[in-house]
Design a protein around this ligand. Structure first.
Ligand code: SF4
Length: 358
């Protein structure tokens, strides 16, 4: 085993991985009980980053169980965005014509309390196996409209280098695929796992995009900076998706700091800001859509376009993502438009078109 691999394995080993490990931590009995219902795992390095004097610490709130997870509201769902409604083969979701999701594992390096696949990850203990992925690979090979496969989960970066390399080679062999996208929270919660070996395992024919999941500026550790630099230097596109989370990042200052640091410290383009889904047991994280729109409006004039994500809602049931405003159009009559400037003034604009172009 390399020195790099020893480091992340030790981080996992010394952290929380069983309900009994929570007994060592200063959390309430009621919060501890949640580990009987939902999986818990927190690497030691994340425990060390928590300010235990602060009950609202953003890393604690995202990674340590809370009794609030047992609250289920009417309208919340087990499969909030309809992954199962669009599953033509085991471990596949195919919602849009040109891209499909593949779940190579249901294991994560840390279990996020706000996870939108909370139930499926909890119920599904399956890890990686070549046999289990056979029908998915056959489906991709026989679906020529596909251009992009998105590895998600679970966390694909919990696979071994050999498993990743095997999967990469199998997908590269399907000629109509053009892009491999990997959704991972490992650069946040176990950044030392982004080893030179993992990066090599990810290299191949197709263009590669790695989409990280940072939700708070405090998650940008020195190790995360190294991990993201390694991914960029390998030539992978680096993007980030954030979930809007009450008590974590639902204020303009925190969101601004996060979006700036993603670009300026990590070189990761903010891709989506997700409105928190209707997952069961995450209502304590869910803000109103109005709150999200207000944050996006406040950031528009202040942040570079490179730092701006698209705020989206994944429609329940599997109908896909819709971008959420805010709208900058105040009024329109024919060619005459009235826009709102980022600082709140009205600005008239008259379209100038060649005759007959409308
Ligand atoms: S790493 Fe991703 S899939 Fe795993 S628990 Fe967190 S949000 Fe869910």
């Amino acid at each position: 085993m390399t020195e790099h691999d020893q480091r992340w394995r030790e981080d996992l080993r010394a952290g929380v991985s069983r309900a009994a490990d929570l007994d060592e931590l200063p959390i309430s009995e009621a919060d501890r009980e949640v580990a009987q219902r939902f999986k818990v795992r927190v690497p030691a390095s994340q425990l060390e980053r928590i300010d235990w004097r602060d009950p609202a610490d953003p890393i604690r709130r995202q990674l340590l169980p809370s009794a609030e997870e047992l609250v289920v509201l009417e309208g919340e769902r087990e499969d909030p965005i309809g992954d199962l409604a669009h599953s033509p083969a085991p471990r596949v979701t195919h919602r849009y014509p040109d891209r499909a999701l593949l779940y190579p594992t249901y294991v994560c390096s840390a279990y996020c309390r706000h996870c939108f696949r909370k139930e499926s990850i909890n119920d599904e203990n399956a890890g990686f196996s070549r046999e289990a992925l056979g029908p998915a690979l056959d489906y991709f090979a026989s679906t020529p409209a596909l251009r992009e496969v998105i590895l998600t989960g679970g966390d694909p970066f919990t696979l071994s280098d050999d498993q990743l390399s095997w999967l990469r080679a199998r997908l590269d062999a399907i000629a109509h695929l053009r892009l491999l996208r990997v959704h991972t929270r490992v650069p946040v919660t176990l950044p030392t796992r982004v080893t030179p070996g993992l990066v090599d395992a990810l290299r191949g024919r197709m263009m590669t995009a790695v989409v990280t999941h940072f939700n708070h500026p405090r998650e940008i550790s020195p190790e995360a900076v190294v991990a993201c630099r390694r991914l960029r230097e390998a030539g992978f596109m680096l993007l980030n998706q954030t979930v809007l989370l009450a008590g974590v990042n639902d204020d303009v200052e925190t969101m601004r700091a996060l979006l700036e640091e993603l670009v300026y410290s990590l070189g990761a383009k903010p891709y989506y800001l997700h409105h928190c889904d209707l997952t069961r047991g995450v209502s304590h994280f869910r803000t109103s859509i109005d709150a999200g729109l207000e944050i996006m409006r406040a950031l528009r004039g202040e942040l570079s376009g490179l730092c701006q994500p698209t705020y989206v809602l994944d429609l329940p049931g599997g109908d896909g993502k819709v971008p959420l405003g805010p709208s900058w159009v105040r009024a329109r009559e024919g060619d005459e438009w009235v826009f709102e400037t980022p600082d709140g003034r009205a600005h008239g604009y008259c379209e100038v078109l060649r005759r007959g172009e409308r």
